[in-house]
Design a protein around this ligand. Structure first.
Ligand code: COA
Length: 268
C-alpha cells in the first residue's frame, strides 16, 4: 500500500512508523489514522518484531487530533468517526511491542498514541499534555483511562483539568515516560532498546504483552488465570524448545517465532 501521510522503514527487525506531516506538527487527521492502522495490521505477517512510532521533524511527535476536522462536525458525525476502528486500539492490539519515540510536542491524541504504546522514550525537548480542556472538550482516545492507570487519579486529574503541558523530566518523574535522553541520542537509544527486544521470541513477546495488558482489563484472579493459560501457550512454541536448549547448551538462542501447534488450530 502507498502511504501519503506516514513513512515506514526498517532497521533489521525493527519497523519505524513516522507520521509525516511536520508542517502540521504531525496532527492526526483521519487519513493518517487510517494509514497507521493499515500499516500496523500488515506488520505481524512481515516478520518484523518491534514497532517504533515517531513524528517527522524536530518539533513534534504528534500535536494531537487535527483540530481542523472538528469544525463543522455534528456530535453524530463525530460519534461515527470514533466508532470506526481506532488507532489507539490498533496499537494496543498489535502483537508486536510498540515503542513511542517522543521527539517534541506530544499532545492530546498524540499523548493518547503514546499512552497506547507499550514503552515511551522521550527526547529532552519533549513536551507532553492533554490540552483538550482548552478547546472545550475532553480526551477521547483513551486519555482519561490510560493516563489515569499510568500515573494515578490525582495527577491525571491535574493534567487533564488544567491542560498543562509538562516537560520530559516531569513526565519521567510521573512514570509517564520510561526514559529521557538528549534529543540527538533519541533515535539511537530507542533503536538499541528495540533491537534488544527484537532478539526475543516474538511468540513470547506477544503473549507477555497480552498478559500485561490484562492487568488493566481484568480483576487479579481472572488475570492470573489468563497468565497461566498464556504461559502454557508459550510451551507450544518452538521458541520455548530453542530457549531452553540454548540455556542448557550454554549458547545464545536463535528465536524463529514458530509455534509447534499453531494457536487457534488443532493439531493434525
Ligand atoms: N490540528 C491541526 N493543525 C495543527 C495542530 C492540530 N492539533 N497542531 C498544530 N497545527 C498546525 C497549525 O495550525 C499550523 O498550521 P498553519 O501553518 O497552516 O497555520 C502548523 O501546524 C504549525 O503550528 P504552530 O502553532 O504555528 O507551531 P508551533 O511550533 O508554534 O506550536 C503547538 C506547536 C503544538 C504548541 C501548537 O501548534 C498547538 O498548540 N497545537 C494544538 C495542540 C492541541 O490542542 N492538541 C489537542 C488537539 S485535540
Amino acid at each position: 500500500m502507498e502511504y501519503q501521510n506516514i513513512l515506514l522503514e526498517s532497521e533489521g527487525r525493527v519497523s519505524i512508523l513516522t507520521i509525516n506531516r511536520p508542517e502540521k506538527r504531525n496532527a492526526l487527521n483521519q487519513a493518517t489514522r487510517d494509514e497507521m492502522i493499515a500499516a500496523m495490521e500488515a506488520l505481524p505477517a512481515s516478520g518484523q518484531r518491534v514497532l517504533i512510532i515517531t513524528g517527522a521533524g524536530e518539533k513534534a511527535f504528534i500535536a494531537g487530533a487535527d483540530i481542523g476536522e472538528f469544525e463543522g462536525r455534528t456530535a453524530l458525525d463525530q460519534r461515527e468517526v470514533m466508532r470506526h476502528r481506532r488507532v489507539f486500539d490498533a496499537i494496543e492490539d498489535c502483537p508486536l511491542p510498540v515503542i513511542a519515540m517522543i521527539n517534541g510536542f506530544c499532545l492530546g491524541g498524540g499523548m493518547e498514541v503514546a499512552l497506547s504504546a507499550d514503552i515511551r522514550i522521550a527526547g529532552k525537548n519533549a513536551r507532553l499534555g492533554q490540552p483538550e480542556i482548552n478547546l472545550g472538550i475532553i480526551p477521547g482516545g483513551g486519555g482519561t483511562q490510560r493516563l489515569t492507570r499510568l500515573v494515578g487519579e490525582g495527577k491525571s486529574m491535574e493534567l487533564i483539568l488544567t491542560g498543562d503541558i509538562i516537560d520530559a523530566g516531569v513526565a519521567h518523574d510521573l512514570g509517564l515516560v520510561n526514559h529521557v535522553v538528549p534529543a540527538n541520542e533519541l533515535r539511537g537509544f530507542t533503536l538499541g532498546l528495540a533491537s534488544r527486544i527484537a532478539d526475543k521470541s516474538p511468540v513470547a513477546l506477544a503473549l507477555a504483552k497480552e498478559s500485561i495488558k490484562n492487568a488493566g482489563r481484568m480483576g487479579i484472579r481472572e488475570a492470573m488465570t489468563a497468565e497461566t493459560d498464556l504461559f502454557c501457550l508459550a510451551f507450544t512454541s518452538d521458541d520455548k524448545r530453542e530457549g531452553v536448549a540454548a540455556f542448557l547448551e550454554k549458547r545464545k538462542p536463535d528465536f524463529k517465532g514458530k509455534q509447534l501447534i499453531p494457536i487457534g488450530k488443532p493439531p493434525a
